[in-house]
Design a protein around this ligand. Structure first.
Ligand code: ATP
Length: 138
């Protein structure tokens, strides 16, 4: 079974229950789940590929501003299915093109867009390790 890494960002923690319900009701399983607060340094490590982009600073501030919930999701085609449930990066676009998506329902703008989903299998592996490396991954 395929796995991917999901993260509920601080701006959507108030909707965490509904987001988890959405994950499970769409047939994805949660293999590992962890709530934590990232330091600025950890946020910079997680989003290092975006360093230098215009939205980088806002993204780092957001993701280190409060608790997040990280999950390793499992299921057939999990990576694409989770990104489909998320909808487009921009909440505004999501509201037009995918009104029932997570970002349309629980996002606020293009940075505060509720959740993260890995974009490649390699990044899924790196991000899962980032959150769960201290765990007995069995
Ligand atoms: P994610 O990687 O978080 O699942 P994504 O693949 O849709 O989202 P990326 O391009 O990888 O988007 O950007 C990572 C994050 O940076 C986005 O989720 C969003 O919070 C922020 N971001 C991306 N593009 C913009 C932008 N144009 N303006 C503001 N914030 C942005």
């Amino acid at each position: 079974q395929e796995t991917t890494c999901a993260m509920i960002k601080p701006d959507a923690m108030c909707a965490a229950g509904k987001i988890i319900e959405c994950i499970l009701s769409n047939g994805l399983l949660i293999k590992h789940m962890r709530m934590c607060q990232l330091s600025r340094k950890e946020a910079e490590e997680f989003y290092q590929v975006h360093k230098g982009k215009p939205f980088y600073e806002a993204l780092i501030l957001l993701v280190s501003s409060g608790p997040v919930i990280a999950m390793e999701l499992v299921g057939e085609n999990a990576l694409c299915r989770w990104r489909f449930l998320l909808g487009p990066t921009s909440t505004e676009v999501a509201r037009i093109k995918a009104p029932s998506s997570i970002r349309a329902q629980y996002g606020s703008d293009t940075t505060r867009n509720a959740c993260h989903g890995s974009d490649t299998h390699e990044n899924a592996r790196i991000e899962t390790l980032f959150f769960f490396k201290c765990w007995n991954m069995g």
